[in-house]
Design a protein around this ligand. Structure first.
Ligand code: E4P
Length: 223
């Protein structure tokens, strides 16, 4: 199961990729704008921290399919490496996904709120769909159930499209989408760091060290 960082914060990306096995970075216009930096240089900076072989997801902003395709081609030719174009699942977005799929540009259908949104995106040729788990929950829907239903439809229809669950407020939601069969998750640095926030780990490690040094003094395991 893939793990992506949902952020454009260079320091966080560097830290998380140093310590954890990360498959790439997802961005959207709100995430980009938060950094207050020029668009393409920021994306290039992310790639040099992440490695160009890892997937970098970049979202379009145009409304009309032809303009979305134009933006996608511009992003693709301006950046090297493994780029996936994120496109919202509007009717124009679906048309753009279909056109891009025809010319071999990889896409992720974003702002997915229902299993049928995802179904249309997979039919159009999207490589990924991103159901917005927490935003669905905020609408009194059931984000986890939406992920389960999408996974079931994709398996039954044999779609070659991955479910990349997105929009998380806590680690429990991440755990549940993992169990629901999502192919990947994208989460903010805070949520990823929270995977390891178990006080017992630190307590146990401290006990191991204390007991070791009580018997062996200051000797390391290599002495
Ligand atoms: C990723 O594809 C989405 O843009 C993102 O996860 C949305 O997350 P949010 O609901 O926490 O803003």
């Amino acid at each position: 199961m893939k793990l992506f960082i949902d952020s454009a914060d260079i320091n966080k990306i560097k830290m998380l990729t140093e310590y954890y096995s990360i498959d790439g970075v997802t961005t959207n216009p709100s995430i980009i704008v938060k950094e207050g930096k020029p668009f393409l240089p920021l994306l290039k900076e992310i790639q040099s921290s992440l490695g160009v072989e890892k997937e970098l997801f970049v979202q379009t902003i145009a409304d009309k399919a032809e303009n979305i395709v134009e933006e996608a081609e511009y992003i693709q030719k301006s950046l090297q490496g493994n780029i996936v174009i994120k496109i919202p699942v509007t009717s124009e977005g679906l048309k753009a996904i279909k056109l891009l799929s025809g010319i071999g540009i990889r896409t992720l259908a974003t702002t997915v709120y229902t299993p049928l949104n995802a179904y249309l995106a997979a039919k159009a040729g999207a490589n990924y769909v991103a159901p917005y788990v927490n935003r669905i929950d905020n609408l009194t829907g059931n984000g986890i159930q939406v992920v389960k239903d999408i996974v079931e439809i994709f398996v039954k229809s044999n779609f070659n499209c991955e479910v990349l669950a997105a929009s998380f407020k806590n680690t429990q939601q991440v755990l549940e989408v993992c169990l629901a069969g999502a192919h990947g998750v994208t989460a903010s640095p805070d949520i990823i760091e929270a995977f390891l926030k178990v006080p017992s780990i630190k307590e146990n490690v401290e006990t191991f060290s204390r007991e070791w040094y009580e018997l062996y003094g200051n000797k390391s395991l290599l002495d």
